[in-house]
Design a protein around this ligand. Structure first.
Ligand code: FES
Ligand SMILES: [Fe+2]
Length: 361
């Protein structure tokens, strides 16, 4: 979609954000067919290190193999369905807490007591169910659809652009994360993230402390690629939160629920969203630094960001969820400036195209 094509577009029907049937269609047609963020590779540094997470009601975990490679499995025992691991940790063997069946790091069944002489019990045929796993600049994603194109095919050119914006990214490791329930549909949160028309109104601190709002711009990354690229010059005025010199602001949103941000001077952070149900979403805010070290400046930025931009958005999105249920609401026109810039919502029009397609409309 080019920018001119967005002129005359209106906001989406509230059904997209409130109807459980639309959400049910998105579960299968969108969230189980696209790449969902798992974790940064630094969270599973050594053999046996695992990290558990969920994509809607599907529990999964990533685990580092003895040879250093990574695998992802459904977090469910192949005996009678108990989950195998919780949160994160390190294991030499994955032992189910229910009847102690044990699995190797590669997912193969190793032991199941009481089955040695059981006719027809073929241990070698039992293994955990594997899920596709792929990496983009050290960020690990999973896809429940075994036929889906790879990350590189889905987002051609994006990894190279990210590394160009932050050449030291390969040295970064997970440093800190916080999360919050948003009490809104995931698309409200993602739309809110992907426009800055509200920034000067609702985020005065961000607009004075991190970026120069006059220079803010959001564009589809490239024709046919479901990614949005945000760019802005660093804020160098008196209100700047920290020494922002060295590099500008960039953000790469990857459809549907992840965005990598590079704050000026190379402070790397990410958002990812995990929908809970049609009207609730958990937003995760994570930060990545050299060797995962958090110095005073980084902690100050994390705290300022959480207490201002992050907290401000939580209020907005919750109110939007309620507003979209008002009998008095008619979807309004999107504000489109063909030149782009901070006051243009053509990124919203792009998101609407993608969600319509994924919802089977
Ligand atoms: S459910 Fe895992 S051992 Fe029985
Ligand atoms: Fe915002």
């Amino acid at each position: 979609m080019n920018d001119m094509a967005a002129v005359g577009r209106r906001a989406l029907s509230p059904n997209y954000y409130r109807d459980p049937e639309v959400f049910a269609r998105q579960r299968e047609g969108l969230f189980f067919k696209t790449w969902q963020f798992a974790c940064h590779e630094s969270r599973v540094p050594g053999p046996g290190d695992y990290y558990a997470f969920s994509v809607l009601d599907q529990d999964l975990f990533v685990i580092r193999q003895k040879d250093g490679s990574l695998r992802c499995f459904y977090n469910v025992c192949q005996h009678r369905g108990h989950p195998l691991v919780e949160e994160s940790g390190r294991a030499r063997l994955l032992v189910c807490p229910y009847h102690a069946w044990s699995y190797g790091l590669d997912g193969g069944l190793k032991g199941a007591h009481g089955t040695k002489d059981q006719p027809g019990f073929e241990r070698s045929r039992i293994c955990l169910s594997r899920v596709r796993l792929d990496s983009l600049a050290g960020f690990l994603f999973v896809n429940l659809d075994g036929q889906a194109p790879s990350l590189a095919e889905t987002f051609p050119g994006v990894e190279a652009a990210i590394l160009e914006a932050c050449p030291s990214l390969p040295e970064r490791a997970f440093a800190q994360e916080h999360e919050a329930e948003e009490f809104c549909n995931w698309l409200i949160a993602v739309e809110n993230y992907n426009e800055c028309y509200h920034c000067r109104v609702a985020h005065p601190t961000f607009a004075a402390g991190v970026i120069d709002p006059q220079s803010y711009d959001i564009h589809p990354f490239a024709e046919g690629v479901k990614s949005l690229r945000h760019t802005a010059k660093a804020q160098s005025g008196k209100g700047a939160w920290y020494d922002t010199s060295g590099s500008d602001y960039a953000s790469f949103y990857l459809w549907p629920a992840f965005s990598l941000q590079i704050y000026p001077s190379g402070l790397v952070n990410a958002y990812h969203w995990r929908p809970r149900d049609v009207a609730n979403t958990v937003v995760h805010r994570s930060w990545y630094s050299k060797e995962g070290v958090i110095d005073d400046q980084l902690q100050r930025v994390i705290d300022l960001d959480r207490d201002t931009t992050f907290a401000e958005d939580l209020k907005l999105v919750k109110r939007i969820q309620r507003g979209l249920g008002s009998r008095g609401y008619t979807p309004g026109p999107l504000v489109i400036n063909p030149e782009g810039g901070i006051d243009s919502e053509h990124s919203i029009a792009a998101l609407h195209d993608w969600v319509r397609e994924a919802s089977g409309d």
